[in-house]
Design a protein around this ligand. Structure first.
Ligand code: 5GP
Length: 347
């Protein structure tokens, strides 16, 4: 047994130190990033926020709505090939350009990804996603997907340490997805005791990925726009959001009426709800590692995403970053033991 003594940080442990700046207004801040990806050589330009591949978040409707803001959606993996065909036939180029096709690592997942990618050249992202990215099986699968799709942008995860980021990039991933345990409906830390505070995971994994010309997605744990900024400040190239985008018209959750108010069901992809819906229940050998919650219905996602991006722009003005790309260079985090003042309750 070993103990690492260095304290690892979550979003709640830091704040940005403000810096002198010549920026007068948040309208002067450009959140668009231009990436050329390591293996595929593909280019993408947009606002690097991604709706998480959960079936009560990342629907086709969400993809169309967020694309209007140049924001991406990792469409969940439970649509059929026929559903994809209908979507692709009706979607504009901008939407398709901002979509990731999510997949697990089974033979049938591979076949399905092939079928979907064969329908259009306009989708360039594949998101290979398993809860425990430390499995050798993921590395082998990424190698196989890279060989089959040499010119597609491949994201793989989830992991939280630099060694595994490097291994996945060397196996063919352009982007590595980072986060184990921080999610709003995740119970992995309670059920297994495994995890890594998300800000430290981002800082360490970004360093490892950038050294090899790869990119990372900070996935999970953002509860407010300030957290999204902190993820970017820590070095995340992309930030993935589940809970912050759940509960909207476009999220595809089931609505529930309770005491005259409308709520929407939101659940983890390893929760009992998700397993009952997609795999006929929780298998005997495993425990559910996600929970189901009801969140107040929030209407259309447009206002929410504008609010989030407005917050990130504002962070940039406080630290003097004219472009999102500069945010991490302009970031000094201070360690804190307080966040917001809740004397009148939470936002
Ligand atoms: P959020 O933005 O809601 O904090 O986190 C979203 C992320 O939580 C997802 O992208 C995914 O990585 C993770 N996640 C989603 N469902 C589950 C689950 O059932 N169990 C665990 N451990 N993580 C989940």
């Amino acid at each position: 047994m070993r103990i690492e003594q260095e304290l690892k940080l979550g979003f709640k442990d830091v704040l940005f130190r403000p810096k002198r700046s010549t920026l007068k207004s948040r309208s002067q801040v450009n959140l668009t990033r231009d990436f050329t990806f390591k293996h595929s050589g593909r280019q993408w330009s947009g606002v690097p926020v991604i709706a998480a591949n959960m079936d009560s978040v990342a629907t086709f409707d969400m993809a169309a709505a967020l694309a209007e803001h140049n924001v991406m959606t990792a469409v969940h993996k439970h649509y059929s090939v026929d559903d994809w065909k209908t979507f692709i036939d009706g979607a504009d180029s901008k939407t398709l350009n901002n979509v990731m096709v999510s997949t697990g690592t089974s033979e049938s997942d591979f076949k399905k990804t092939q079928d979907i990618m064969a329908m259009t050249d306009e989708i360039i992202f594949i998101c290979v996603d398993i809860a425990n990215g430390y499995s050798e099986h993921l590395v082998e699968y990424v190698t196989k997907v890279r060989a089959a799709f040499p010119d597609k942008v491949i994201s793989a995860g989830n992991v939280v340490t630099g060694d595994m980021v490097e291994e996945l990039i060397l196996a063919g991933a352009d982007i590595v997805k980072v986060g184990i345990g921080p999610g709003s409906v995740c119970t992995t830390r309670v059920k297994t005791g495994v995890g890594y505070p998300q800000l430290s995971a981002i800082i360490e994994c970004a360093d490892a990925a950038h050294g090899l010309g790869g990119r990372i997605i900070g996935d999970g744990g953002c509860a407010c726009a300030g957290d999204v900024s902190k993820a970017f400040g820590g070095g995340a190239d992309f930030v993935m959001l589940g809970g912050m985008l759940a509960g909207h018209e476009e999220s595809g959750g089931e609505t529930v009426e309770k005491e005259g108010k409308t709520f929407m069901k939101f659940y983890g992809m390893s929760s009992e709800s998700a397993m009952a819906k997609h795999s006929g229940g929780v298998a005997k050998y495993r425990a559910a590692e996600g929970k189901t919650v009801l969140i107040p219905f929030r209407g259309s996602v447009h206002e929410t995403i504008s609010d989030i991006l407005g917050g990130v722009r504002s962070t940039c003005t406080y630290v003097g970053a004219a472009r999102l790309k500069e945010l991490t260079k302009r970031t000094t985090f201070i360690r804190v033991q307080e966040q917001e003042n809740n004397v009148y309750g939470k936002e």
